[in-house]
Design a protein around this ligand. Structure first.
Ligand SMILES: Nc1nc2c(ncn2[C@@H]2O[C@H](COP(=O)(O)OP(=O)(O)OP(=O)(O)O)[C@@H](O)[C@H]2O)c(=O)[nH]1
Length: 310
């Protein structure tokens, strides 16, 4: 029957750095990546180059897309009888409970024999981990389920902040292997008490996703003002923002934010096989998203004449 396929589950809260990590660390020639997105939009496929992942979009593989994941893994297991496949990496959504994905592998009568869980890797963003753990139960459960925790964005903060993040992770899961790009810092003698979300809540019930596809190119400076104001007012409820912006240039600008932290934009040289056009995706919790489209349109109409592109 051949060797079972090794499966790695890569999890971590929205925007923690899961894709960045797996592009760097987990992509071998004999690996299939399964990418699960909570929204329907895929703004970052370009990053995968000529080795596109298998996509499961518009839901979460730990719950409402679990059956699609099961079918996909069964298909890969079937195919590997002819062409052996060594490794499948499943990147969950940032709201997933990775333990439920591991359960699916264990409980399915076929996958139990044809796959072997290698590890659950959880990526933790040191910039936002404290407030994320305090507000979102999924983030606590992700760290608790981890065999390995990878700290991301340590380059964006000072050593005490990294040490604080290490202390938080250790408090939730003392036994996980902890990995950071540099040496792990000494722990502070006594950190502030751990404040974690305890309400399990109805997993996705308060989560909304919204994808906007404005018809015309956006004025980049006006878009910047709009986004800054939005995140300033509602950053804690805008869990994740990702955009491919058509600002009228030769290629798109990729921009993303995690809560109120905006990452530097990446300007791509051309549109490749994509049709030019903007696509903005929001994942929110407890935020009415209906007004966002109208407010962006109003900003673009009223301010574009006042704030010309540089
Ligand atoms: N400076 C810095 N930026 C990082 C690091 N890791 C990730 N990022 C940035 O953080 C942002 C989010 O990273 P992604 O890899 O897309 O995060 P993700 O967890 O896959 O996001 P979702 O799938 O939307 O939940 C991107 O702008 C990355 O470039 C890091 O270690 N340092």
């Amino acid at each position: 029957m051949g060797e079972p396929i090794a499966v790695s589950i890569v999890s971590g809260f929205l925007g923690a750095g899961k894709t960045t990590f797996l592009l760097d660390a987990l992509r071998g020639d004999d690996t299939v990546v399964v990418l699960n997105e909570i929204s329907d939009a895929m703004t970052e496929l370009e990053l995968f180059g000529d080795r596109p992942p298998r996509l499961l979009t518009g839901g979460c593989v730990c719950c409402d897309r679990a059956e699609e994941l099961r079918a996909l893994l069964r298909e890969l297991a079937g195919r590997s009888r002819e062409t052996p496949l060594a490794h499948v990496v499943i990147e969950t959504t940032g709201l997933a409970h990775p333990e439920r994905v591991a359960e699916l592998l264990r409980d399915d009568p076929l996958l139990r024999h044809r796959t072997a869980l290698r590890e659950i890797v959880v990526v933790v963003d040191v910039l936002t981990v404290r407030r994320t753990l305090a507000a979102h139960r999924e983030a606590v459960d992700q760290i608790a389920a981890a065999d390995r925790v990878v700290l991301s964005k340590t380059d964006l903060c000072e050593p005490p902040e990294v040490a604080g993040a290490v202390a938080l992770v250790r408090a939730v899961n003392p036994s996980a292997e902890l990995v950071a790009p540099g040496p792990l810092p000494e722990l502070p003698p006594a950190g502030p008490p751990l404040d974690v979300a305890t309400e399990p809540g109805e997993h996705l019930s308060s989560v909304r996703t919204l994808t906007l596809r404005p018809g015309a190119p956006l004025s980049w400076p006006v878009f910047g003002v709009w986004l800054t104001m939005l995140l300033h007012a509602h950053g804690a409820r805008v869990l994740r923002f990702k955009a491919r912006v058509d600002a009228g240039g030769t290629g798109p600008v990729l921009l993303d934010a995690v809560q109120d932290v905006v990452h530097p934009p990446r300007h791509l040289a051309g549109w490749g096989s994509e049709t030019p056009g903007s696509e903005l995706t929001f994942v929110t919790r407890d935020l009415e998203v209906e007004q966002l489209e109208r407010s962006l349109a109003l900003f673009q109409d009223r301010l574009a004449v006042l704030v010309p592109d540089p």
